[in-house]
Write a protein that binds this ligand. Structure first.
Ligand SMILES: [Zn+2]
Ligand SMILES: [Zn+2]
Length: 367
């Protein structure tokens, strides 16, 4: 073998070895995929309330540093099975798009803006209802809720060159599962929430912080797209984290009822790249009457949890882990006053799912 050939062989060998960590990362995704597709759907009773899937904290090009239009948002929302979407724009002096309404998705318009010491707030258009964007600063007294998960913060906390290169490998094989490389439920947000819940009721929401702006897009000077490789199309961000609102059986779906449901804490956060939570419920039974999350019930009420997949239910009482149960349904008699919230995990699962809950409920308050 000539020296040149030997050198070439050596270079090839090094290049091959360099692929190994990425192949291992793909293997872990494959293992996760196999686990998720093996999950059996367990028949559970029909939940006692209407479950409205939707998403909060969405940006478009109207607020800058995004490529999305309102049409893109509504299309993505439908693809993700949303019944409502809450657009929170960075305020700009002039509106860029005509507001859209759609017969199938309730579109709520609002703002994402800094409000002094309170930090980033997600508000309705008239700023009468605000939710605080997740971080560990104290919760503003006018906040009706707190983002207990933010997809953008989660992705940033996992950002590295390794993860970025790994994206291209996933793009070829399992694009939708790349989410798991960016997914960390930051427990410091949950701790902030629990701290505030000791003082007053406060709704936990999930934030997509969707911008549809990460990736490579090649276009002609006229603006026609030649090539696009987006990491965060709306559809994917929307599926990644959802905030379901629970409406009473006779309540009609509208922007008003969605916002009212959010304010009263009848809501839960789910990560739907993991699994579809349809059939999930966390409610209280008080004198045989079902009461949704956000309700205040008397001591002795039974807390009921049910999941469409076998699950591990972890109930937190006043912010501390209180009881754990496994199965598709579980009941917990609440004998002491306090706030009770549920985290749902999947059993015997790969590490990504041991670390992170699949569903985070809002509390039921017991007096
Ligand atoms: Zn932004
Ligand atoms: Zn934002």
């Amino acid at each position: 073998m000539t020296r040149r050939k030997r050198l070439l062989l050596l270079v090839l060998l090094v290049l091959l070895l360099l692929q190994l960590p990425f192949l291992f990362s793909l293997y872990r995704t494959y293992r996760l995929h196999r686990y998720l597709t093996s999950l059996a759907v367990i028949p559970v009773p029909t939940p006692p309330f209407q479950d409205i899937r939707g998403g909060i904290h969405v940006h478009s090009a109207a607020g800058g540093h995004s490529r999305g239009t309102y049409e893109d948002i509504v299309r993505g929302a439908k693809e993700a099975g949303y019944k409502y979407v809450f657009i929170t724009e960075h305020p700009k002096p002039r509106p860029l798009f005509q507001k859209l309404s759609d017969p199938d998705v309730v579109v709520i318009y609002g703002w994402d803006e800094r409000q002094g010491a309170a930090g980033e707030m997600l508000c309705t258009e008239d700023r009468s209802i605000c939710f605080q964007s997740g971080d560990d600063r104290p919760v503003a007294s006018h906040a009706k809720g707190l983002e207990v998960f933010n997809l953008d913060h989660s992705a940033s906390s996992n950002d590295s060159w390794f993860v970025r290169i790994s994206f291209f490998y996933h793009r070829l094989l399992r694009p939708e599962l790349f989410f798991f490389k960016l997914w960390t439920v930051d427990r410091s947000y949950l701790a902030t929430w629990d701290r505030e819940l000791r003082k007053r009721p406060l709704t936990g929401i999930g934030g997509c912080d969707a911008h549809q702006n990460i990736g490579i897009v090649l276009e002609t000077t006229a603006g026609d797209e030649i090539f696009s490789l987006m990491l965060d199309p709306y559809r994917e961000s929307f599926r990644a984290v959802t905030t379901h609102v629970i409406l009473l059986p006779n309540e009609a779906l509208s922007a008003e009822t969605v916002l009212a449901g959010l304010i009263r804490g009848s809501a839960y956060v789910a990560f739907e790249t993991v699994a579809d939570p349809t059939g999930f419920s966390f409610h209280a039974l008080e004198n045989d009457r079902a009461r949704p999350m956000g309700s205040t019930v008397r001591r002795g009420a039974i807390l009921v949890a049910q999941s469409p997949h076998n699950a591990v239910f972890r109930v937190f009482q006043n912010g501390e882990l209180w009881q754990t149960a496994a199965g598709a349904t579980a009941q917990f008699p609440a004998t002491e006053p306090g706030f009770y919230r549920l985290e749902v995990y999947l059993p015997d699962s790969p590490p990504e799912l041991v670390r992170n809950p699949w569903i985070i409920s809002n509390p039921i308050y017991v007096k």
